[in-house]
Design a binder for this molecule. Sequence first.
Ligand code: SF4
Length: 168
Amino acid sequence: MTTPPTLAVWKFTSCDGCQLTLLDCEDELLALAGRVRIVHFTEATSTVEPGPYDVSLVEGSVTTPDELRRVAEIREQSRILVTIGACATHGGIQALRNFADIEEFTSIVYASPEYIETLSTSTPISDHVPVDFELRGCPIDRRQLLDTLCAFLAGRAPDIPNTSVCTE
Ligand code: SF4
């Protein structure tokens, strides 16, 4: 009997909306669960298994030193890495900080800004590690997400245009 491929879902700086799109797939997820082993998806299950992972879905942008470290680790552990949503593919709304003074922001928002560990920029995952496919949108489209997952699990490239009217 062959071992089913493993799927891991990771969160970086984001609102969780793209992970919710995956959870919203309900019936399709049940069918998918028969074909893959979901080994890391903290939004949905407490199961956490060590890598390597066949397919990793990454939501969110890189905004902290810890995320810089994590993204490299996840890339190393993932055969295929797919970024999901505008935060992961372009830095998200939090990238507004890229045009401002982050120290001024933290001093306005937090009573003790010296405890805040943050980068001065919000950057897409592809700025830091190679990405196999970018699924764009805010949030991502449910059908495109399922198509992408099915394609990679079947060992083929997704049949989805890698452009959008908003960004290109
Ligand atoms: Fe939320 Fe949009 Fe970012 Fe997805 S792309 S995590 S919906 S803000």
